[in-house]
Design a protein around this ligand. Sequence first.
Ligand code: ASP
Length: 360
Amino acid sequence: MLNYYPTINIKTAASNSSDTSIFVIYTGGTIGMDYDKDEKHLVPLDFKYMIDKVPELKRFDFELTVLPLNEPIDSSNVQPHHWLNMGRMIYDFYNDYDAFVVLHGTDTMAYSASALSYLLENLEKPVIFTGAQLPIGVTRTDARENFISALEIASTKNEQGKALVPEVSIFFDHLLLRGNRARKVQSFNFTAFKSQNCPPLAVAGIHIDYNKQLILPQPYAPFWFYNRMDSNAIIVKLYPGLSSEYLDYILHTPKLKGVVLETFGSGNAPSDDEFISVLKNAIDRGLIIYNVSQCNGGVIQGLYETSKKLAEIGVISGGDITPEAAITKLMFLLGNEPDISELKQKLATSIRGEMTVARG
Ligand code: ASP
């Protein structure tokens, strides 16, 4: 049925009766690159030769299938339709595999992992994003370690024989992070991702220590894939000097439906009448304004005078959500939740573990 997908089976030590199977989607990014014949330029690696670069894979006792995208991309080129494609692939192969690993560039990995966390509801299987700072064909690469640990975590089951981490996560360096809590924080060293407002789901050392209390439980309702995102949303980052006139102009952008407002500290913004009335007019015209902090910790509207007015005019608090998780959540809800008061309610609360608790 699914032979229109050009998948590659990797020869591991798994027997035909292996009881674990993992589906790997290779989307592009540094991880899958190697030097060309002249040893000069990095080019996407043909995944048929992947096993040569990671000989350790031969020792795994689970089945491994790789689906390389026709045209691997630098993740800076990722668009919402790529998220829908990834979600569609996972949906199409959902019943055939026990776990999914997505090889992805690091630049927008936190956005993609967040988007997938919303698109895939009631996951009972792991979807683990990973990538690398150095290409898999380079001697000192972090790709092998990241890929192998991601596979190992993906194959781990609990006492009931179910997946131990049934959610969308990011494995990078030695940390397993909830996908919609992670941010790329480094472009030079190997610890590229952190989730400042949420502890890691697992830490990989000699053993992999899981934070079982934090990992989302196995769902009760059936798995569901949403196939819509509405990208009529933007992020506006506040800074001293942003004029109300510019802001008003931006908020009048045709087709715009929602704005993630990156505010100061615990959700604060200028309190002058002009600024507040620009926001209020936008809300009165039907725009959704979602308050997300520029720093770790999160938003508490009303803690300071400078955020009290935001709450009064109907700005929605994003609590401790990250900007990446906020903009993708907005696109997801705009695309899938037609009831506007339900949409606002879902923005204010956690739907996939992306917020601790929205206060204020
Ligand atoms: N620009 C690359 C990407 O995000 C960087 C990486 O893979 O780490 O695709």
